[in-house]
Write a protein that binds this ligand. Structure first.
Ligand code: SF4
Length: 315
């Protein structure tokens, strides 16, 4: 169970993201639009469903358990551009990031289909939402689409191989459980999620690379040694994993790294002092030390805004 943007607990594990290719799945998209637009905003059915709703259009549908709760669509707009729109989330599901999830899946699909750009006709109130996803205004004019004041926005899709890559701790990336305690700490900063959608992030877990199981005993670093709370010396495994992290950073030509705070592998400012008394001291994990020695800049997850400025300076 995680908290949504309003601080309310929400079980994201029940959310299923579907690429709607069959009629019954498209019916899910339509039902969300009937509830969320046609009914809530009194948009006539004829206007909500336009000439772009047809066989050539692709739909994303999010189900909560069994029921459709969010959707978006995209269609070919010519010139290598896919137009995305009709991003609708049921009123009771707003503030949970479901629109971002639907857009992320649409972008993934659009990239796979080889488009170079994404376009969107954004309602004035939603311009900030699309800016967070990497869109920018492409036309100074405001215009009306039905009852809504809109702006035209665009996002250029870089090819993955041309993108500046970032090495990240896999526990921040999410998706696979790798932490020593079997817990999850996926990063939810919008910039981090945008980078993830773009395919910029290279997730690595030095401790798993070192051959250690998940879960595993808590371990702490003291000088050059890493010791588990059981008293077992695990320096060899930590070193092996750190070397693999450096190898992958070089192989992917990453510009910098974002690593989980306080870990004996990934900590970049503080680590636990090796006494297992919950005492933190200034220091760095073994993988971070080796990454820095190899010339890579490392940020902690709390410094993502700073990392974004650094990336902007490189592009
Ligand atoms: S080694 Fe790094 S990536 Fe792996 S669980 Fe620990 S902090 Fe996360």
């Amino acid at each position: 169970m995680k908290q949504d943007n309003n601080g309310t607990d929400f079980d994201y594990s029940n959310i299923e993201v579907m690429r709607a290719e069959e009629e019954w799945q498209r019916a899910g998209a339509y039902s969300v639009r009937v509830e969320g637009m046609n009914r809530q905003h009194h948009i006539p059915l004829r206007e909500e469903f336009d000439e772009h709703d047809g066989p050539g259009t692709k739909y994303i549908v999010l189900l909560d358990d069994l029921y459709p709760v969010a959707t978006c669509r995209f269609y070919d707009a010519g010139g290598g551009t896919a137009n995305v729109g009709r991003v609708v989330v049921l009123p009771e599901y707003r503030g949970k990031g479901l629109g971002e999830i639907a857009m992320g899946e649409a972008e993934k699909w659009i990239r796979e289909l080889g488009y170079k750009n994404m376009g969107v006709d954004s309602r004035i109130q939603a311009v900030g939402f699309y800016e967070k996803l990497g869109f920018s205004l492409s036309d100074p004019e405001t215009y009306y689409s039905g009852p809504f004041e809109c702006r035209r926005m665009q996002k250029e899709l870089q090819k993955e191989e041309e993108m500046i890559k970032i090495l990240v701790s896999e526990c921040l990336y999410g998706g696979r459980v790798v932490r020593y305690d079997g817990g999850e700490v996926p990063e939810t900063h919008p910039t981090f999620l945008k980078w993830k959608e773009e395919g910029r992030l290279i997730p690595i877990c030095p401790e798993v690379f070192g051959g250690l199981p998940t879960p595993r005993p808590d371990s702490q670093r003291q000088g050059d040694k890493v010791t588990a709370c059981t008293g077992v010396d695990v320096t060899e495994e930590y070193t092996k994993g750190a070397l693999e992290a450096v190898r992958l950073a070089k192989e992917n030509n990453v510009a910098f790294c974002i690593m989980k705070q306080d870990s004996p592998s990934c900590g970049s400012k503080f680590i636990y002092d090796g006494t297992f008394t919950d005492t933190k001291i200034p220091g760095q994990g073994l993988a971070v030390e080796m990454l820095r020695d190899a010339g890579f800049k490392v940020f902690a997850e709390e410094d993502i805004d700073e990392a974004a400025d650094y990336l902007a300076g490189l592009e």
